[in-house]
Design a protein around this ligand. Sequence first.
Ligand SMILES: [Zn+2]
Ligand SMILES: [Zn+2]
Length: 435
Amino acid sequence: MNDKKAELDISSFCSREIPCSCGRRHFCPIREVVVEKGALSSLPALTAGFGHILLAADTNTWAVCGEAVSAILGSSVQAKLVFSRKGQLVPDERAVDELESMVTADTDLILGIGSGVINDLCKYVSWKRGLDCGIVATAPSMDGYASSGAAMIVGGMKVTYTTHPPRFILADVDIVKNAPLDMIRAGYGDIIGKYSSLNDWRLSRLMRGEYFCPEIHDLVFEVTNNVRDLAERIAERDDEAIAYLTKALILIGITLSLVGSTRPGSGSEHHLSHFFEITSLLEDKPHFCHGIDVAYAAVVTAELRERIAALKEPEFCPEPETDRVAAWQRIYGRIAGEVRDLQAKAGSYLRDMTDAYRENWDDVKAILADCPTADACRTMLTRAGYPLDAFEEMYGRQKIRDAVFYGKDLKDRYSVLWLYYELFSGRKDERQEEV
Ligand SMILES: [Zn+2]
Ligand SMILES: [Zn+2]
């Protein structure tokens, strides 16, 4: 790995093998990333050789730069799909069918114009159909641009498919800096959440012997610190700060490809955010956009870490299985069976880790304590203009408690949430207010 971290030279991580001290040779197949003012003018070069390009956008993102992209690509555009929905576009079966039905035998590139959902849909459909895809980013709102994961909603469940990263990512700073402020704050929040995900990665190395790359860990940590330091400038849409945030989001997505897992970018805070997204879909209620949920959730996971790290010795008090199953039914309703099946398959509830926790307690506490405190996280959010009360106003205390104890069950992934559940879920004072 090189040490050009400060400048965020993304191209040095793309399309070449990187020998690493972790013993692996890292590789990310993305060919080009262009983040600068006026980047749209690079489109002809990035799409050279493609003559039947399918454009995909939603009504909002098309309005941002759809016509401009279309005009630049001219006769290379085969067709366009502009998703139109009453509320938010959801990457579900219906959206997949709509996009896939536009693909013909001639289509050679799917070019998404948008952010999270458009990017996921284009990655997924292009991968399914054996096509390349590219993305013109419209907002610095999340770190998924470069990752190979496509987060889809299938049968009401969030399912992340391992697909392929886009061939290229283009972010014109003049465009992304004018994204809605909430989306810019969301991108900042997705990055601030990395303190939590990196901590979970370290914990999973200790407790589950999971693969860990210290260089990628340190790179993401440094980038996260740099973004934190730019909080005010990001909220003011400062060119340089927005460019750095956008590059940081793309680079962290690349690190997921480099290590072949989501560990550097997603941990307990993301499991909580997925919980809010899924339960809101189930209940037909609103939720914050991804990165904002992640940011608030990172404050919650920081609280859990502090609470655990304050324990001299671990005293485990998990709730009885019957209570857990009842809670799943109450919370997950029609998808409770899928949650139960997922956990039965994962087998995490059958694994007794209590002795391992006791043996490693000092190390566990040292890792958990080596993470920004909840107060420090709150300050990071306030500096970027987050209203701190909005989180509890949106979800209420009960749902936040449910997320803490049962959000982990939507995933087959170890994090601090499992330890917290083992310690506190059976304590009377911790139990959710029964409905
Ligand atoms: Zn490595
Ligand atoms: Zn995220």
